[in-house]
Ligand binder design. Sequence first.
Ligand SMILES: CCc1ccc([C@H](C)CC(=O)N[C@@H]2O[C@H](CO)[C@@H](O)[C@H](O)[C@H]2O)cc1
Length: 823
Amino acid sequence: PRTGEHTRTGLSKAALKQDFLDNLFYIQGRFREVASPHDLYMAAAFTTRDRLLKHWVESAQVFKTSHARTVCYLSAEYLLGPHLATNLVNLGIMETAHEASKELGLDLEAILEEEEEPGLGNGGLGRLAACFMESLSTCQIPAIGYGIRYEFGIFDQAIEDGWQVEKTDNWLRNGNPWEIPRPRIRFAVGYGGYTESYRDERGQTRRRWQPALVINGMAYDTPILGYRTANANLLRLWKAEATCSFDFQAFNTGDYYGAVHASIQAETISKVLYPNDEPEAGKELRLKQQYFFVSCSVQDMIRLHLNTVGPLETFAEKFVIQLNDTHPALAVVELMRLLLDEHAMSWEQAWDITHRTFCYTNHTLLPEALETWSVSLFERLLPRHLELIYEINRRFLDEVRMRFLGDEARVWRMSLIAEGSERRVRMANLAVVGSRAVNGVAKLHSKLVKTMLFKDFADLWPDRFHNVTNGVTPRRFMVVANPRLSKLITRTCGHDHWIRDLELLRELEAHVDDAGFQAEWRAVKYAAKRDLVEWMQQTTDIRLDPESLFDVQAKRFHEYKRQHLKVLHVIRCYQQIKQGQTQDLVPRAFIFGGKAAPGYFMAKLMIKLINAVGAVINNDPQVNGWIRVAFLPNFNVKNSQRLYPAADLSEQISLAGKEASGTGNMKFSMNGALTIGTLDGANVEIREAVGAENFFLFGMTAEEALQRQITGYRPWEFYQNDPELKSDIDLINSGLFSHGDTQLFRPLTDNLINHDPFMVLADYRAYLDCQKTVSDTYKDRERWTRMSIFNVARIGRFSSDRAIREYAEHIWKVEPRVIDPVT
Ligand SMILES: CCc1ccc([C@H](C)CC(=O)N[C@@H]2O[C@H](CO)[C@@H](O)[C@H](O)[C@H]2O)cc1
């Protein structure tokens, strides 16, 4: 180590090597010769963590002493992905680590492969929360991410006989070097019981809650470091445990189950992530989970405020809370409960603080994803919160009645309580009423949120509605995932400032016609495709041709995302090749990836259909020289980082008006893939940014789709009037892809012909025509390369840094707090 350099925090090669060997010895209790790959990974993780902690502790100190206004991000999901590589990049020591490991005779890539990723999320919403946490640190904004430390995250997906099979995600089995348990930070959380009035010491009549069951929440902290900055924010995840983890009396009486019953019951609350991505399960445990982390988090904020700033009157000045969808919306009521019942505030004062503290982001328009909970469940589980919801509602509806005299229908629509056979609490309405700002996640989506979903509320509070288009972190999805491309960009631009200021990618435009640069650009893509081919060969035994066009659709399976439209295109190509009509085609690899919610039958049937079609095509010598189909199993953050760099074409084909934003679309573009897509979500803004000439657009607009729905959509007419469409669907029904079983895919084809809620058949022809344009364009390699360069050069605004800066300026009103000059 350099003189004066501390081996545990030094960034030099020597310091890394020394600290690695020390950690292998003192933490793993291993010396090199007997160390397992896992030991080597843990030693590397602790060596990296040592350098993180320095920044983290310093940041916490500065934020505490400076009473910095802090953003609290409440999310039921964080799809963090592997930590090691991004932390090495953000510390600026990835190269040094490579050299150090080489000198120690280690393979850093193999060590990185060892890491089990924390899959504490389902899809877009969870990954966005992770990107935002990294950008909050990079933009030096003081923040705390609050969530649940699920013992089991999103299931691992295996494909057996073409079907998705869910495997338990026991991510903690080998321990987690990135978290620090905080046994001193515990909070009690109540459930059930009853409420009562009583006289307080000042003779005031007040309400209080006597819960029937009380459990504890314990904090586990993970530092989230920014890119090349000393700022590190905190991700605080709660684990549920019993207040008394072992009942010795029960044990003495031989009731061994009784002795552990309480702790088993308590721990189930943070045991597992609900694997649903949109369809609402409405399970009691899910509501318990939501209240659990919300209560721990709000109690923690009040503790921090009382310890640092003092009286709670200034709570809304110190903290701004962002609700990541409605899953944490109970926080509005929990803060009211604590300010009223525990801190004796008046309703007016408590509501003023609460309303000025909360902001809410909506991530979906799908009616089935909007959470509502039965009043009876609330009565049983959260009786005090139900009382408070009624009071919030009473005062709110008074305001509505005053503003919209006599419009009882509007009152009925806006009420926090959905009347009807079973009365239910509308969590989205609660989130809007309790927040001072509501935003959607892309321009089109935010418009539909204002004009459709929350129209009544926008009529009442038009200024409360905003848009902040999503973004993704270029550190993980460019620098870590695609080092070849990142090096080429840095060399071409002559600097690496683009990594923190992505708009600087525009400088690439000056090189778009440089043949040498174009060749290097293609070489980078080709190398990434070759890596993916190797990995797919190992994991799926399917061999793809890196020369072919890699046509990729990777995202959660859902009918609105229309993976079945993509399958119809694959079948069309198959039929064309079988009929010898190959003039419009280029060799393609159709690559799919994504998980289906275990209870979502149609989504799982789509996965089976893809693998069934793939099995026929890949084993048909007449066609497998032209096209191949591959299903990438277990699409998660780690595997997504293999896919984005290797894609030529990014499929963003949802029915317009259904995909709130999408973020995979941004990651594919950032890695030089061209997009074929509808005018949906952020596709609209990506096309605006990269130029219509660099985007393959097709399909109805959101307006046209809505009109078609209103005027009556008859999918069977498309089936009858388009012979190619008919023959593609009939081929599925023929049993060709199901060993002659003509019934297997009936549910899917019948649904398409008779209902087709997401208008696959209506967009089929336009989609196929657009795919012909794609093939024609791909034949012109120079033109394709230019379009690919423009997609990267003009993608800058889709950095999550830009999104975070917009939240900070327009919604959170928070300033960066620089810890010390950027190293
Ligand atoms: C209650 C079950 C449930 C679980 C998750 C969700 C999420 C809101 C679904 C989700 O991940 N939405 C996605 O959020 C992304 C980030 O904003 C967007 O880019 C995607 O368009 C949106 O589908 C809804 C309902």
